[in-house]
Unconditional design. Structure first.
Length: 369
């Protein structure tokens, strides 16, 4: 991957969040803690991994995105941890008139908090591993077009109903399916930041859902789970058996030790945003898994089907790429990149604005907007 030329930013898009009152309790301002993005028409949906909500921005006449609206997901779906329970949303995808949402499905180890505890108490604090039930959400919510290009999520829209895989306080459907998996079962109870199970990317086509894992990384290979889901009742999705008795296909891709941070289809190819797993710092890349839409069996993907599209600029402790979306108005192949921990010059704290990058592999940079 290192021989790939560094991606050039050909434009920037400003994202302004104004409906901040419902989420003023966040440790970091919303615009500094984005974890997922998807677009439909003039509506850009984003998520923060510390809430149980999605944010919608509308495209304005100057090409920026604002007119922020906050949607509490507990009003649209049933969450076992309620509206205040963190969902750790890491994947969003608008497809077929639905907004698909996935939580990380990961456990977390408590921080030592040395500013509050002495060394012994800090050690004991780190014995605690938490399972937050809202993190295990995987489902879809109808999108209603309020005005041309402007969409809102709704619990129901005629015959279309919000639906999700069964989840509870102790176990989810996906956990149950993976419980005997020889590759993944050992990692289900390991915290995400320690190479444990951690979903961070999602792509959808119809009833087929691909989930990209930041961890575990297995001998340098990242994992993509491939499910086919159908609606069983007004609020329930069910997985179809697609690989023998399993309800998922499992694809391993040689990413040279990097985990998946987001995914998006471009034609029949699946673009993968990959970067450091666990809590490591390091470079990020966009890879292309050629003809991924037609893979109908589990296995290790041939290396020649994985190509590097772009290497993203790397900054220590800042600008961690977290999400990608197709951005066709900037040209064929253009991609929007959103960041966690944005650099100070990327933000305007007075207006809760952050600038996302638009890259177009193979094109030279131009003046930023």
């Amino acid at each position: 991957m290192s021989d790939t030329s560094l991606a050039e930013t050909i434009a920037q898009v400003s994202l302004t969040f104004s409906d901040w009152t419902p989420i003023r309790h966040l440790e970091d301002p919303l615009h500094k803690d984005l974890s997922a993005v998807t677009r439909i028409g003039d509506s850009l949906f984003l998520a923060c991994d510390e809430t149980a909500s999605v944010e919608r921005l509308r495209r304005l006449d100057d090409g920026s995105f604002g007119d922020h609206r906050h949607f509490v997901l507990d009003a649209l779906v049933d969450l076992p941890g309620g509206a205040d329970g963190e969902m750790d949303i890491e994947g969003l995808c608008a497809d077929g008139g639905f907004l698909w949402v996935v939580g990380s499905h990961s456990r977390k180890r408590c921080k030592p908090k040395r500013d509050e505890n002495d060394h012994t108490e800090a050690l004991q604090k780190m014995e605690e591993v938490e399972r937050e039930p809202n993190r295990y959400f995987l489902g879809r919510i109808p999108l209603v077009e309020d005005a041309p290009g402007l969409f809102s999520p709704a619990r129901s829209d005629g015959e279309r109903q919000a639906a999700w895989l069964k989840l509870g306080r102790k176990r989810s459907a996906l956990e149950r399916w993976l419980a005997a998996d020889p590759h993944l079962d050992p990692f289900l109870s390991i915290p995400a930041k320690e190479n444990g199970f951690d979903i961070e990317g999602m792509a959808v086509r119809g009833n087929r859902v691909w989930l990209g894992l930041r961890g575990p990384v297995l001998r340098g290979h990242a994992v993509v789970l491939d499910l086919e889901l159908r609606q069983r009742s007004p609020d329930r999705l069910k997985g179809r058996q697609v690989d023998g008795e399993r309800r998922y296909r499992k694809h391993l891709l040689d990413t040279r030790g990097l985990g998946i941070r987001d995914m998006r289809f471009q034609g029949d190819d699946l673009l993968l945003l990959v970067g450091p797993t666990m809590s490591l710092e390091g470079p990020a890349f966009v890879l292309r898994w050629r003809d991924a839409a037609h893979d109908d069996g589990s296995g290790v993907i041939a290396p020649e089907r994985i190509e590097t599209v772009a290497e993203l600029p790397y900054r220590l402790h800042a600008d961690h790429p977290e999400g990608i979306e197709l951005w066709p108005e900037a040209g064929a192949g253009a991609l929007l990149i959103i960041y966690d921990a944005p650099a100070p010059e990327r933000t305007d704290p007075d207006t809760s604005t952050v600038w996302a990058d638009v890259i177009c592999p193979g094109r030279a940079s131009s003046n930023q907007n």
